[in-house]
Design a binder for this molecule. Structure first.
Ligand code: ZN
Length: 363
């Protein structure tokens, strides 16, 4: 089943920048969707009726909701505390770095060797622009973003640099330029992101975790994200941002231990991973064919493969008599989990879009 892609018009401007010359058509190498006019997939879980179709799960592993932590403005004094939290919970954070400040006031901003060490420790280091939209430096927004990315790309390795947090340093931001240069841009509107209506050019994000433990009626609390009756919050993505951690350690530990208790239902993803999964999912086309008792899944998306290679979780109903399934994409065995729903067996298979056909065999 193929659905039409329905994005904001202004984003089409980004296509010439992102289409590799001579490759397949430009509408298959998009960089940033902005916000879809209508959702590509529903919030409610889908259960395909037979093995001749498959669906993409809203979140990896078929999880219910998603959560991400981001930290702005360099904050070297807090790094050890955040690294300890990463180790304790097994999750990673996204650091939006003011790149023009790296190497100055090193006790606060760190130097490049220091940020490389953060990447090597599994943290994601991304752009908070070069100048933080400083009035003193007075750079046009596009140039500020380009310089932000260039410094990361020139000074750090072993990670992709392709997301931005809009800085609030004084000069205005430019959402269109943000979306033309990055696969995702984080804003600061303090509400949850509806799972299938994420605005990739300007995502919502909550300041810290002060509202996390509030009652379900609060717009930014955790309660309700796992409740199918909560129309506003069910299955949402909660993105939060921090500056200094001081005074908030207790709130953070409380929130993290709540999420840890529900980890089978909540995906804790890096900001960049959520941007990849969301946009691959929102443009995905999945087809199933069968031959001689073997099934094949073809998964494509419309995003630029240079930045988008996060596996999507595909849900597929097992044929009669199949207990388990082996999935092989391009010679590589892919992770499979078999679950049961209404006495029928379904496989959750992690497949990378545009990386070849996946063969499914009975096992
Ligand atoms: Zn900032």
């Amino acid at each position: 089943m193929v659905k039409t892609l329905d994005t904001l018009l202004f984003l089409l401007v980004s296509i010439p920048l992102t289409a590799p010359a001579g490759s397949e058509d430009a509408t298959r190498s998009l960089l940033n969707l902005g916000q879809l006019k209508k959702p590509h997939i529903p919030i409610a879980r889908q259960w395909p009726a037979d093995p001749n179709s498959a669906v993409v799960c809203l979140w990896p592993g078929g999880k219910t909701a998603a959560f991400s932590v981001t930290i702005d403005d360099n904050w070297r004094p807090d790094h050890a505390k955040w690294l300890a939290l990463s180790k304790k919970y097994g999750w990673y954070w996204t650091w939006f770095v003011i790149t023009g400040k790296v190497g100055t006031n090193v006790n606060f901003n760190g130097d490049w060797a220091h940020w490389q060490a953060m990447i090597d420790a599994g943290q994601d280091v991304q752009s908070h622009s070069f100048s933080h939209r400083s009035r003193k430096l007075n750079l046009p927004a596009r140039e500020d973003y380009e310089k932000g990315l260039a410094l990361l790309r020139n000074n750090l390795k072993n990670q992709r640099f392709c997301t931005l947090a809009y800085p609030g340093g004084g000069l205005p931001n430019d959402i269109q330029a943000g979306a033309q240069l990055h696969i995702g841009c984080r804003g600061t509107r303090g509400v949850l992101n509806p799972a299938n209506r994420i605005n990739y050019a300007n995502t919502n994000s909550l300041s810290g975790l002060k509202s996390f433990g509030k009652p379900e009626s609060h717009w930014a609390s955790f309660a309700g994200m796992l409740n199918p009756k909560n129309r506003r919050k069910y299955r949402a993505w909660m993105c939060v941002h921090f500056h200094g951690l001081k005074g908030q350690e207790k709130l953070v530990e409380e929130a993290f231990s709540t999420i840890k208790k529900h980890e089978d239902e909540i995906w804790v993803g890096k900001f960049r991973e959520v941007m990849m999964y969301g946009q691959e999912r929102d443009t995905a086309e999945v087809t199933v064919s069968s031959q001689n008792g073997e099934y094949q899944i073809t998964l494509r998306d419309r995003m630029d493969d240079r930045f988008f290679d996060f596996p999507l979780t595909i849900k597929w109903r097992l044929p009669q008599g199949w207990e388990q399934v082996k999935a092989v994409q391009n010679g590589v065995e892919r992770p499979v989990t078999v679950i049961t729903h209404d006495n029928n067996r379904y496989a959750l298979i992690d497949i990378v879009p545009d990386r070849g056909v996946t063969h499914l065999q009975k096992r």
